[in-house]
Design a protein around this ligand. Structure first.
Ligand code: UD1
Ligand code: MG
Length: 447
């Protein structure tokens, strides 16, 4: 946050999310392999807020565990009864009281597309002298959103749809939910909110009217509707995921990545692609992938937990599983699966192979149909293929095993013992040829 002011963020995440029809709490549903709550916390950390508190529901142990594992600096508060958004903020009263800074932001855990820029805009509004800053957006379909009651440029009140009159319902400037308060006035406003409304809830939105009544200044910051897209069911989750993907594709292209068919490439929240990476159609990035400059990810490949260095070629139809590292200029071709494997510079695994728990040395060549037999049903074992080794097609390397530098493995071998440097290993039946056997056989069958 480019402000000298200290900021506390309170994230409301006490929704049960019944419309998700899920065993899992709503805010733990994922977009790009990160929970919705994780996305909000990431925006807060991108904006460098000083302190974050999350308000969770009663018995939301899964949410508590998730926060402890992924964001241990975040304080967690429990809202024991779900009595409305203002009530939820006050569940974190102790965090507000203990906070010695100036700005307080309130966000929703089910609004995953919020950006650090928007948090900055709220902060700027507070810095410019507003006591309450509210984000709003213009929409042709105001539906269930709270409506902004404006008096010229001044925001006078927010009317929840359920409490609005016919003419108020026609308003198209709506409440985005995210708000900012000055620390000085936050609690005195929140403590004045009552529950005289259609839903019998303590509405955080009433903060606007109250602030106006007691002579404080309120401003509205217009933001894009996508940023405040709230997720209440699986269709909205899919919509949010789609918007997230569109954003990531655009970011990638703007930063120098070629996407041949952007709408068919799927990113994880942490995918990192360097400049001049080319991604062909229908590629999926799971979590933990980085690709170095000039590398090519060809069509229909699936990568997760993988680091690809520069100038490498992956796919088409490659599956790189966690723990794969592909060094500069190496090639992994079609129908190749790797796992916990380092492929050193210039090595090639071009066709139809499984290489797991292995190291493939510099410029080694792995023939079509090579399998590292890394598992005996109980434990996993390592295969070490040294630099310049040549593995003939359709070989099974039974781990633990080492293939020496520059060594050859004959096609169709089953290799169970280490192969010395520069040796040839053959592990297959010797070929037998019986002259004229076939014609004799056919002649016999005809009789
Ligand atoms: C809220 C706003 C509405 C705005 C809309 C934007 C209020 C009263 N209404 O409506 O003006 O247009 O968001 O998406 O603020 N929560 C709790 N505890 C509670 C109640 C809610 O933690 O007791 C959390 C929910 O989990 C959710 C957020 O607060 O993350 C918003 O609550 P929700 O009930 O979804 O409010 P909306 O009806 O969407
Ligand atoms: Mg909502």
């Amino acid at each position: 946050m480019s402000t000298s002011r200290k900021t506390l963020a309170i994230v409301l995440a006490a929704g049960q999310g019944t419309r998700m029809r899920s065993e899992k709490p709503k805010v733990l549903h994922q977009i790009g392999h990160l929970s919705m709550l994780g996305h909000v916390l990431k925006a807060l950390s991108d904006a460098s807020v000083d302190k974050t508190a999350v308000v969770i529901g009663h018995n939301a142990d899964l949410v508590r565990t998730d926060i402890a594992a992924n964001a241990p600096d975040v304080d967690v508060f429990e809202q024991t009864e779900r009595l409305g958004t203002a009530h939820a903020v006050l569940a974190a009263r102790k965090a507000i009281e203990a906070f010695d800074g100036d700005h307080i932001l309130v966000l929703y855990g089910d609004t995953p597309l919020v950006t650090a820029d928007t948090l900055q805009a709220i902060s700027d509004g507070l810095e410019d002298g507003s006591d309450v800053v509210v984000t709003g957006f213009h929409t042709d379909e105001p539906g269930k959103y709270g409506r902004f009651i404006m008096d010229g440029e001044r925001l006078m009140a927010i009317r929840e749809a359920k409490d609005a009159t016919e003419s108020e319902l026609a308003i198209t400037f709506c409440n985005g939910g995210l708000k900012g308060f000055t620390r000085e006035h936050c609690l005195s406003i929140l403590d004045r909110i009552d529950r005289n409304n259609a839903q019998g809830e303590y509405y955080l939105t009433d903060a606007v009217e109250i602030a106006n009544e007691i002579g404080l200044s309120v401003s509205a910051v217009p933001i894009s509707e996508t940023e405040v897209l709230g997720v209440n069911d699986r269709a909205q989750l899919a919509r949010a995921a789609d918007l997230f993907q569109q954003r990531r594709r655009m970011d990638a292209m703007v930063s120098g990545v070629t996407l041949e068919a952007p709408e068919t490439v799927f990113f994880a929240y942490d995918t990192q692609l360097a400049i001049d990476v080319t991604v062909e159609p229908n590629v999926v990035f799971g979590p933990g992938v980085s690709v170095g400059s000039g590398s090519q990810i060809r069509a229909f490949s699936h990568l997760e937990g993988t680091r690809v260095e520069t100038g490498a070629v992956i796919g088409p139809y490659a599956r790189l599983r966690p723990g794969t590292v592909v060094h500069n200029g190496a090639k992994i071709g079609n129908f190749v699966e790797t796992k916990k494997t380092t492929v050193e510079r210039g090595a090639k695994i071009n066709h139809l192979s499984y290489v797991g728990d292995a190291r493939v040395g510099e410029a080694a060549n792995i023939g079509a149909g090579t399998i590292t037999c890394n598992y005996d049903g109980v434990s996993k074992y390592q295969t070490n293929i040294r630099a310049g080794a040549f593995i003939g097609s359709n070989s099974a390397l039974v781990a633990p095993v080492t293939i020496g530098e520059g060594a050859f493995v004959g096609s169709g071998s089953v290799i169970t013992d280490d192969v010395p440097d520069h040796a040839l290993a053959l592990g297959r039946g010797r070929q037998v040829v019986k002259q004229r056997w076939a014609s004799a056989f056919r002649a016999k069958r005809k009789n």
